[in-house]
Design a protein around this ligand. Sequence first.
Ligand code: FES
Length: 175
Amino acid sequence: MAANSQDRRRFLSRCTIGLLSVITALLAAPVVAYVVAPLRRRASKQGEMVEIGPLAELPLGKWLLLPIDVVLQNGWEEVRERHSIYVRRTGDKPAEVSVLSPLCPHLGCPVGWVPDDGKFKCPCHGGIFSTDGSHVSGPPPRALDPLQFEVRNGHLWVRWEDFKIGVANRVPVRV
Ligand code: FES
């Protein structure tokens, strides 16, 4: 009788451990996927086009802030840098796609898209840009900087570029 009860306790204990392991694995899976995802995302060397993703999956008419990874060569070392880009498509043709750098051309603060106002606003010194990135008001000396892109087989590819800040002309900064 005592042996029976011990067997039952051992069996229940194993079931509990097994169940807890399954629950832990289920809970951990999305977290692991989230942590590993950026490592799987492709990056290209500076100056090269980086694949962003399928154009058709971008919602129509909305500015989205998306990540873009660039690999910089620092001597022998390769340094992976993450930037952001604003992307909007109003149709399926390349001419209906816009890609902007989110860095304010005044002093380089990241601007925010404010959908309710239909404007990009810079939190640092109040620079304001229209929905297409044109300069509306405030200290920025020019519009938001457009980034070069291509559509290859329905996928958007973008070239990240830094531009000189605080000047009216758009001058690329090469490192
Ligand atoms: S950095 Fe944007 S307005 Fe100054």
